[in-house]
Design a protein around this ligand. Structure first.
Ligand code: IMP
Length: 176
């Protein structure tokens, strides 16, 4: 059990299981992108650990960039998605893989995918570590999802609660 600010969290998915699932999703990407040279775009802040572990398994040539958007305040979505830091590479005619920590309501991704397409990307796919299918509020095609979880707030492995708790190597779920 750990405490982060006013909430208690218990372990939900161990680092070992996270790493197994990441290796498995990387294998799928390795098959699908074997003859392509995509740009991976890690969505900050939450995806930094997942992106770092994911790319170490990839066998096809690729670039990686990070972009930052805001959508969350505390534990509730604001429903607003704002671009904070843009891409520095031209993604016109490129295959883009968005690397995300978690798809919750899907609002962030449903805003981002059209933004990437508007910049002329040849293809745009989502690769997320986690997804809460019950919470999805918008139609969204998530081609690559490593782990589906229940509709509970999680933290660790890059994910935060009000800015804290990103450092844990395991994934924790709120319990109090
Ligand atoms: P969405 O737009 O509702 O799909 O929210 C996506 C973003 O919300 C993610 O990139 C996370 O930053 C944040 N988020 C959603 N659920 C959680 C959670 O359980 N823990 C921590 N962050 C979350």
């Amino acid at each position: 059990m750990i405490q982060v600010k006013d909430k208690k969290f218990e372990i939900s998915i161990t680092s070992e299981v996270l790493q197994e699932k990441i290796a498995a999703i990387a294998e799928v990407l390795n098959k699908d992108y074997a003859d392509k040279t995509p740009i991976l775009v890690g969505i900050l802040n939450g995806s930094f650990m997942f992106a770092a572990d994911l790319v170490r398994h990839l066998t096809f040539p690729h670039e990686i960039q990070f972009a930052k958007f805001s959508s969350y305040e505390g534990m509730e979505t604001t429903g607003k998605v704002k671009q904070l830091i843009g891409l520095t590479s031209d993604i016109k005619d490129r295959d883009v893989i968005i690397v995300e920590d978690i798809v919750d309501t899907g609002i962030t991704m449903s805003n981002l995918v059209p933004q990437f397409k508007a910049k002329g990307a040849k293809s745009v796919e989502i690769c997320t570590l986690l997804m809460k299918p019950e919470k999805l509020q918008v139609p969204l095609d998530v081609k690559y999802c490593a782990i589906k979880i229940e509709n509970l707030f999680v933290l660790g492995y890059g994910l935060d609660y009000d800015g804290f708790g990103r450092n844990y190597k395991d994934l924790y779920v709120v319990c109090d």
